[in-house]
Ligand binder design. Structure first.
Ligand SMILES: Nc1nc(=O)c2c([nH]1)NC[C@@H]1CN(c3ccc(C(=O)N[C@@H](CCC(=O)O)C(=O)O)cc3)C=[N+]21
Length: 286
């Protein structure tokens, strides 16, 4: 028996269709949602991601403003741009593409974004809201993973054990908190974990978010488990691959997400969903 695929591309299209309907309703009231994407420097991967985000906005009827700056831009200049976007009523979401050039403090830049427009969910106010269970923007990648679980009937994870591999601020930590909020029993593993396989073999849900190939192999997976692959790596042939040994693990798992076509498209879909939520909030409070 091989695992069933969780098709992130198909699910993302459905969510983007719903987003388009909500965007059209706002636009009809003269309140078109707007997302600003700020790119500093010429990281080739970032260029591709940013283009995909802008394209997704266009397709959903969300106004997008792409601001591209030279890598020599100063931190003060970037902070001034964010401030202008914070005060721009046509912009409901601000995304500053990471990584930033080394001379710019990304923490400082992220904290300068108004929490009301923090559609990435990276601001301390958004992260804190998730910790205490208050409303706030959820980080797009883990939020998309939760939607994928929901799509296979796993909205409530009571009595399930979820193992997250990775503890980054943008995926691992918020992922663990979202799984916890869905009533899972959560274990967070990382480079300091003594026996990763011993942990993952107990898991009903495994989320791999390390950024290294073959972190999860078939011998580490309980038969029937759900495996979500957040990784974005290149294999020896230069092809995009995740953190999971897909061909091996799919022989054991019950469900698995592919790379590409899994978590990546969901991340973009949730960015649109967050932008809409921000625009809807602004429309009702105005
Ligand atoms: N402030 C900020 N917010 C981000 O959300 C953010 C960021 N910075 N910096 C970079 C990472 C990366 N990221 C991706 C989103 C979608 C795909 C995606 O759609 N991937 C496609 C494949 C794309 C391809 O073929 O290269 C897929 O998995 O099917 C990938 C990567 C968002 N990021």
């Amino acid at each position: 028996m091989t695992a069933q695929l969780i098709d992130g591309l198909a699910l993302s299209k459905q969510l983007r269709g719903e987003a388009a309907a909500r965007a059209a309703a706002l636009t009809a009231q003269g309140k078109q949602p707007g997302l600003a994407v700020v790119l500093v420097g010429d990281n080739p991967a970032s260029q591709v991601y940013v283009r995909n985000k802008v394209k997704a906005c266009e397709e959903a009827g969300i106004h997008s403003r792409l601001e591209k700056y030279d890598a020599s831009m100063t931190e003060a200049e970037l902070l001034a741009r964010v401030d202008a976007l914070n005060n721009d009523p046509t912009i409901h979401g601000i995304l500053v593409q990471l990584p930033l050039p080394r001379h710019i403090d990304d923490h400082k830049v992220i904290e300068s974004i108004s929490p009301a427009k923090d559609v990435d969910g990276f601001h301390i106010a958004s992260a804190g809201a998730l910790v205490v269970g208050e409303p706030g923007f959820k980080a797009c990648t883990p939020y998309g993973c939760m939607k994928m679980l929901e799509s296979i009937g796993m909205k409530d994870l009571r009595a399930k054990h979820a193992v997250v591999i990775g503890r980054s601020n943008i995926v691992g930590k918020p992922m663990a908190l979202m799984l916890l909020a869905a009533n899972a029993t959560v274990t967070v593993c990382h480079s300091g974990t003594a026996d990763l396989g011993a942990m993952t073999r107990q898991a009903d849900v495994i989320v791999a978010a390390v950024g290294k190939r073959n972190v999860l192999t078939a011998d580490m997976v309980k038969p029937g488990a759900v495996v979500i692959d957040v990784g974005m790596n290149r294999n020896d042939e230069g092809k995009l691959c995740g953190d999971v040994d897909f061909d091996g693990v799919r022989q054991v798992a019950g469900w698995i997400t592919p790379v590409p076509g899994g978590v990546g498209p969901m991340t973009i879909a949730m960015l649109l969903v967050n932008t809409l939520e921000s625009a809807e909030r602004a429309a009702t409070s105005a």
